[in-house]
Write a protein that binds this ligand. Structure first.
Ligand SMILES: Cc1cc2nc3c(=O)[nH]c(=O)nc-3n(C[C@H](O)[C@H](O)[C@H](O)COP(=O)(O)OP(=O)(O)OC[C@H]3O[C@@H](n4cnc5c(N)ncnc54)[C@H](O)[C@@H]3O)c2cc1C
Length: 603
């Protein structure tokens, strides 16, 4: 069975030596609560909980999956007990609003815990993960009564949440939804329709499930402008606010799927279920975006968590497995062969995993600081500035980290050779589990359109500038430092090229809108590699600084420098291919008639 140790040393390096978390926390409104001791205690207890409680359930959860019996969904053995321990430990309320049973700690702490949960048991982690998104949507858009009723229960974990958007005829294009909401005499609405692929739509972990449902009112305008958001509980709250009468919402079927078997993916039927409007009529999509933005970063963290655990296990195997002698001569002469970690190609795979996971962690912890700052902003200008940067980075966190997450988990299988393909070792589960992360919460293609079309080009490139300015500033500050030249010079060049490529696509798009779609995924990947290069340069600089003081754990810092070099020399050159493909434009993609694609097999 795979093992997992939360990478606490690496968390500390990123938090203390790169992103200055102590100062960041000291500047937040919760400064008095989020002391260094509290942060350490949360990280250490999170590491223990995920290793001891969640990790042992990962494989059995995959093998057993969920079952639908008499309309009830039964989760794999141990999931319910683990959830009870999670609630008992106060984890659901960590970053919740103090007015509604929350502990009010910064969002970033929840994100750190989330990485550990995703590494140890992704399928289990999706149950509380969806509650978090539901709670955020209600916190921002719910009425006072809705907050008192639902937010309190979501924060203390006695109820969980779900997010009901997708229908058989629409996933990406929510303007096509058919679920209807009809006003009833009691001042609420009756919701009728079918939602599919609903994660955690039904299960046995909590007393009640709070569904957030997109539906259309009778007078709704066509398309996405006519969508409203409703809260639809599985059990209607009674006079005491507890789960009361059963609502007309049920799970019609469970999907059989490639991975995350322990998470229930449900067909949800709403048969005149009682629901309550959240926010204004026809403005549901904007409310849902609150939930989706949180969820998108959450999915990027899923990619990160899976990379980390796959790397840890591939590394242990590569140190142990003996095959062939090293090309330059035997390394371990007392053994019949050398460990496979001696071979350059195995090292390439391990370093790819390590560089992407540790680079991804720096990006996520930076985004997490931005999320804290949005919450703690003291002026509209400050909030808007931070939101712009977080808005730019969100599709990169979501799509880049899940694309490379899938690659890294695949490399994990490759390090194990044929044994990686055999279920017993657990490595193939990470690949199957990682595959969905590129799809849900908006596919990579949709995230790429969001980044290039909505965020960068719609703002005439303004959304990109504050981030590229930070990179520019860093490069300027270290340009005279010879030890940093190997990082700063290529980074400065790529940073300038990022702006040039944006301009080039923007110009072409003025003639032909298809240019945006043609460039978008390569643009996103290019942006991801440059973003991680910025963080790896910062890691290298921090490592140089630490090594100058002769630290006890010099090996840690040397490994950081070596990984940074690997990233720059072996992964960053991928930007060349992406830049070429961005420049190639839309012609080759759009020239062929749709009916000509299949001429080779036309009957
Ligand atoms: C296991 C699982 C769990 C899920 N959980 C939830 C959940 O909890 N709640 C929920 O509401 N949904 C959930 N989903 C649904 C998921 O979010 C959608 O499947 C996803 O958004 C894609 O929608 P679709 O499947 O309809 O694909 P489509 O929208 O049909 O897309 C098919 C392909 O076309 C591409 N495409 C579509 N439009 C464009 C465009 N304009 N430009 C470029 N490319 C385009 C897409 O990128 C994709 O590659 C889940 C799905 C799965 C499989």
């Amino acid at each position: 069975m795979p093992s997992y140790q939360a990478p606490l040393r690496d968390f500390r390096f990123v938090m203390d030596e790169i992103l200055d978390y102590p100062r960041h926390y000291a500047q937040l409104p919760q400064a008095d609560e989020v002391t260094p001791d509290v942060v350490s205690a949360i990280l250490e207890e999170g590491a223990r909980f995920t290793r001891e409680v969640l990790l042992p359930l990962n494989r059995t959860g995959d093998e057993q999956g969920c079952r639908l019996e008499g309309g009830e969904v039964l989760t794999p053995s141990g999931f319910k007990e683990a959830y009870a321990q999670y609630v008992e430990g106060g984890w659901p309320s960590l970053a919740g609003d103090t007015a509604y049973h929350g502990q009010g700690l910064p969002t970033s702490l929840g994100m750190m815990l989330s990485e550990m949960v995703c590494s140890s048991n992704l399928a289990w982690g999706m149950y509380p993960g969806l509650s978090q998104g539901a709670a955020d949507a209600l916190r921002h858009h719910g009425s006072v009564e809705q907050k008192a009723q639902y937010l309190t229960k979501l924060n203390d974990g006695t109820w969980t949440g779900s997010m009901c958007l997708t229908e058989p005829q629409c996933g990406t294009d929510l303007g096509l939804i058919k679920t209807r909401a009809r006003p009833d005499e009691a001042g609420g609405y009756l919701i009728t329709g079918t939602k599919i692929f609903i994660s955690a739509g039904e299960h046995d972990l909590a007393e009640n499930i709070v569904h957030l449902v997109l539906a259309k009112l009778p007078d709704a305008p066509e398309g996405t402008k006519g969508i409203s958001l409703f809260v639809v509980p599985k059990y209607l709250p009674d006079a005491e606010g507890e789960a009361g009468e059963r609502n007309a919402v049920s799970c019609g079927a469970l999907e059989h799927k490639m991975g995350i078997h322990g998470n229930a993916t449900c067909v949800m039927n709403f048969d005149g279920a009682r629901g309550y409007l959240v926010g204004e009529p026809h403005k549901g999509l904007a409310c849902m975006f609150t939930m989706m933005n949180v969820a998108r970063i959450g999915v990027g963290i899923q990619g990160l968590g899976l990379m980390e655990v796959s790397f840890q296990n591939a590394l242990a195997y590569a140190r142990d497995r003996l095959q062939m002698r090293a090309l330059s001569g035997a390394r371990e002469t007392d053994k019949p062969a050398d460990p496979i970690i001696s071979h350059p190609d195995v090292r390439r795979m391990l370093l790819t995993q390590k560089a992407l996971a540790e680079g991804g962690r720096m990006l996520v912890l930076h985004a997490a600081q931005l999320a804290d700052r949005v919450e703690g902003a003291t002026s509209d200008v400050e909030r808007e500035t931070v939101e712009t940067e977080l808005g730019l980075l969100t599709p990169i966190v979501k799509a880049f980290l899940t694309e490379v997450g899938f690659e890294a988990t695949n490399e994990g299988v490759q390090v194990f050779g044929g044994h990686g393909y055999i279920r017993e070792w657990g490595m193939e589960q990470y690949v199957r589990d990682a595959r969905i992360t590129r799809l849900y919460e908006g596919t990579t293609g949709i995230q790429a359109l969001d980044l290039l079309g909505r965020k960068v080009l719609m703002s005439q490139g303004e959304a990109l500038k504050p981030f590229t300015k930070q990179i520019h500033k860093f490069c300027k500050a270290h340009e005279a430092n010879d030890a940093m030249a190997e990082f700063v010079m290529p980074l400065a060049k790529l940073n300038a090229e990022w702006g040039d490529l944006t301009m080039a696509v923007g110009m072409k798009a003025m003639q032909d809108r298809e240019e945006v779609g043609a460039a978008s995924v390569d643009y996103l990947m290019y942006s991801g590699y440059v973003t991680l290069a910025f963080f790896w340069a910062r890691a290298a600089q921090a490592a140089h600084q630490a090594l100058a003081s002769n630290p006890d754990d010099a090996a840690f810092y040397r490994a950081k420098l070596e990984t940074a070099r690997f990233y720059y020399q072996r992964l960053l050159p991928r930007t060349r291919a992406h830049a070429e493909m961005i420049r190639a434009g839309s012609e080759t993609l759009m020239a062929m008639q749709a009916e000509d694609f299949g001429l080779g097999f036309a009957m």
